[in-house]
Design a protein around this ligand. Structure first.
Ligand code: FAD
Length: 197
């Protein structure tokens, strides 16, 4: 198995030659969904686990469902993602304007989640969600390895950053070296006009 180690700075290969069976998990969105093949048949083996409830040290007190307010970013076809370069809540309102014109969703780097500007369910990356939309806008995001881990499989990546050496440009299909506060309003207006035609 291959998994990130040391904060995602290297990929570790884990070998387990001794014990069987083995189990590993993958995060949602890491691989494209396979088309179901209904001709395949699996063998169903009924299994009755023997639990002794008196030995449980953990008790389920209550189940509270998280309130779903918007589309899961992992399902979005277009993501307008902002980083520290966006800076504040008002900056993300501007990104929401672009996302609304395109029928997309707003997501974020961890920097803005840690700053309390965006909720964790909008975070893309190693400790957030893995996404692969048709279009991923990376606005004011430097492109740290932990962020790239969650979005580099996107079909088309469009990056706006005022630093031409930002690592995000190494994975971008289209890069604009500019202040996002100039680019995003112009892009939003232009797309509004084009899509209204
Ligand atoms: C164990 C671990 C797990 C992590 N998991 C994640 C994760 O899941 N997701 C994640 O995102 N990060 C994660 N990180 C954090 C990651 O290392 C980076 O710190 C983070 O991604 C940086 O966010 P950022 O790109 O928004 O900010 P910065 O790295 O600060 O980049 C901001 C960028 O904005 C540009 N900029 C500034 N102003 C403007 C402007 N006006 N116009 C255009 N560009 C501008 C700057 O040039 C800069 O490139 C993790 C770190 C660790 C150690």
């Amino acid at each position: 198995m291959t998994r990130p180690a040391f904060g995602g700075n290297l990929m570790a290969t884990i070998k387990c030659p001794e014990h069987r069976p083995q189990m590993s998990t993958v995060r949602p969105g890491v691989m494209p969904k396979a088309t179901p093949d209904f001709n395949r048949k699996g063998e169903i083996v009924p299994f009755q686990p023997k639990f002794d409830a008196s030995k449980f040290v953990v008790k389920l007190v209550k189940t509270v469902k998280a309130q779903k307010t918007a589309v899961d970013i992992a399902d979005a076809k277009i993501l307008v993602s902002g980083g520290r370069g966006v800076g504040c809540k008002e900056g993300f309102d501007m990104l929401q304007g672009l996302a609304s014109v395109l029928g997309g969703e707003v997501s974020s780097s961890r920097a803005m989640v840690d700053a309390g500007v965006m909720p964790h369910d909008r975070q893309v990356g190693q400790t957030g969600k893995t996404v692969r939309p048709a279009v991923y806008f990376a606005l004011g995001i430097s492109g740290a390895i932990q962020h790239l881990a969650g979005m580099e499989e996107s079909e088309t990546i469009i990056a706006v950053n005022k630093d031409k050496f930002a690592p995000i440009f190494s994975v971008a299909d289209l890069g604009i070296v500019c202040d996002l506060n100039k680019v995003v309003p112009l892009l939003t207006e232009r797309l509004k006009k084009e899509l209204a035609k």
